[in-house]
Write a protein that binds this ligand. Sequence first.
Ligand code: ZN
Length: 223
Amino acid sequence: MRQIFTKQVRKWAKVGGISTPQSFSTWCPHCSEKVTFTCANHLHDAKRACVTSSANCPGCSHHVGVWSLGAHGPESAEVYIHPSNGEPREPRNVSDSISEPLYRSYTSTVDAYNSGNYVATAVCCRRTLEGLFQGLLPEGKRVSNLAKAISDVADSVDLAEPIRNLANVLRHGGNLGAHFDMEKEPDEAMALQMLTLLENLIEFLHVLPREISALEQHLDRES
Ligand SMILES: [Zn+2]
């Protein structure tokens, strides 16, 4: 099952008091094209408080099943389709960590990929990478060459600083240090913060170096 979000619904219908899409736009699970599905044969299942319907892809004609669960208005509707393959890549939730233009450039890259436009994906990817590395350099020191920008960042920005800060904080106690104190009972927010920190460290220390070397090996084999 893949969830269809309310912003993807073009038109709503109401069956047995439940809001269900009359039409919605998404990637077809069969042919991966972005299309608008029109729903037909609505069936109200009162016991399960849901409406099921059928839709066919206007591109490849294959059938998609639609389930709308227990909602009394489009705002709270929960809609799912089956099968769920052809799922688009969701952008990562990094809007708080990077500038707004950079985040827009990143989501455009994901959109280009999801629409199957790989040339545009590569162009957007490069543009976002440039923005990412330029943004780490001081105003007067920005260069247009991507490789140069990356090596300037490596030379001038202390990329190991967060790791050193973490070590210092753990050494000297304080709020973050208290998180790692086994005597202290963590609440949900504290547990989530620790888990997020752990996942980010795994990405930074292990996933990123491994992926860069895997990408290099893959490109070496192709050339
Ligand atoms: Zn299709």
